[in-house]
Design a protein around this ligand. Structure first.
Ligand code: SF4
Length: 385
């Protein structure tokens, strides 16, 4: 298949039923099923992933490998080397995408990159030490299923996932999930994020269905600090799993029975600033566009659609685009010139229809500036070739 031209919106990805619900996806599916169906169908994101997310993925991978015993204890100097390899791989993948190559190097794009590196390497060293001990403990432990990156699935296959670690506790398995970002609801509380607590409870229920054993303890572990317990009861975990499978069935029924994909998308979507703010499918999402136009007073992402009314180069060499949008005129200042950062700037002209996503507020409701995640698509104008 020919890849879409940079700056042009590719065709909307098809909606297909989901095979299984993953514990890490359940709360996302509650927030917006359309986003999760697209994601489960591997629809390509249309806005850049945040550079912090790329670093988080590298950190998580390093911890996985440390837990799986890839290193010879905490002093193994391959741990910091591996961190650099993982970051290099992430940057190579980003370089291949016109959406993300401007975010390389990650060390410049993520303000606290060095803090994250130190924490990830330090935690990986700790896990490398523990994994040597755990291996010995696990070898003499007569629990059912255990280990790192343990694949779990309910018997009928409707819920499945991969648990970071299932370790032996004094009275049964301990299910542990590693997180590369903040684990609390806010900096002023010690309450574990709802999504993480639900994810662990769903793992517990799936694990029980697979092995017949309830875990003794559920834990979340951040890059720094001690593991924190998530309180649970078997009844609530079982109920959550029932809810998750019920939601999967409901969503699949919509996908299969809707007369067409537009109708399915409208039934699946639940646009809201909290759900759409980090959604990479906004450029394709009709329900989001309609909702943000009909309730402009809400704090929607900095996106706009409309006809280019003016384009000019500013005194500082940066570009300005004025757009007549359904919400009124908007101004986007401070655009990086040239078409490396924004391919459409190679040919964009007055009168073209554009969609601009991820703008930063610029001092008034109609004024914006370029941010790290700003992307511009031509919607209905012919490009070169
Ligand atoms: S933009 Fe909003 S409504 Fe549309 S798929 Fe994403 S989260 Fe759902």
């Amino acid at each position: 298949m020919t890849p879409p031209k940079p700056g042009y919106l590719p065709p909307v990805a098809p909606l297909r039923p989901m095979g299984a619900i993953s514990p890490s996806r359940f709360t996302g599916m509650e927030a917006c099923a359309l986003r999760e169906v697209w994601s489960a169908n591997h629809a390509p994101g249309l806005t850049p992933a945040s550079p912090a997310a790329w670093v988080g993925t590298a950190a998580h991978r390093l911890l996985e490998e440390a837990g799986q015993g890839a290193f010879n204890g905490p002093a193994d100097e391959r741990i910091p080397v591996r961190w650099h390899q993982l970051i290099d791989s992430a940057e190579e993948a980003m370089q291949r995408s016109w959406l993300e190559r401007h975010l390389v190097p990650l060390s410049a794009a993520v303000p606290d990159f060095e803090v994250r590196r130190l924490r990830a390497v330090s935690r990986a060293r700790q896990l490398a030490g523990e994994s040597v001990v755990s291996k010995a403990a696990l070898s003499g432990w007569h629990g059912a299923h255990h280990g790192y990156e343990l694949a779990v699935r309910t018997p009928e296959g409707k819920a499945a996932g991969r648990i970071d670690a299932v370790l032996p506790g004094a009275h049964g398995p301990v299910i542990r999930d590693y997180k590369s970002g903040a684990i609390h609801e806010s900096p002023t509380t010690t309450r574990i994020k709802r999504a993480y607590a639900i994810q662990l409870k769903l793992y517990a229920a799936i694990y029980q269905q697979m092995t017949g054993t309830w875990p003794e303890r559920l834990e979340v572990m951040a890059l720094s600090g001690e593991p924190e317990a998530v309180a649970f009861t078997p009844e609530e975990c079982a109920r959550l799993l029932e809810d998750a499978i019920g939601l999967l069935d409901h969503v699949n029924e919509i996908v299969q029975s809707a007369p067409d994909e537009v109708a399915a998308a409208r039934r699946l979507a639940t646009p809201a600033p909290s759900a759409c703010g980090f959604c990479p499918y906004r450029p394709h999402c009709g329900p989001y566009i309609d909702a943000s136009l009909s309730a402009p007073e809400l704090r929607w992402p900095g996106d706009a659609w409309g006809r280019v009314a003016e384009r000019r180069t500013l005194g500082n060499g940066r570009e300005l685009i004025a757009v007549d949008s359904p919400r009124g005129p908007i101004l986007l200042r401070g655009l990086t010139p040239g078409h490396d950062r924004h391919p459409v700037l190679g040919w964009l002209d007055v009168g073209d229809q554009v969609g601009i996503f991820g703008m930063r507020p610029g001092g008034s409701a109609s004024s914006f500036t370029e941010g790290q995640l700003t992307v511009i698509y031509v919607l209905a104008a012919p490009g070169p070739g």
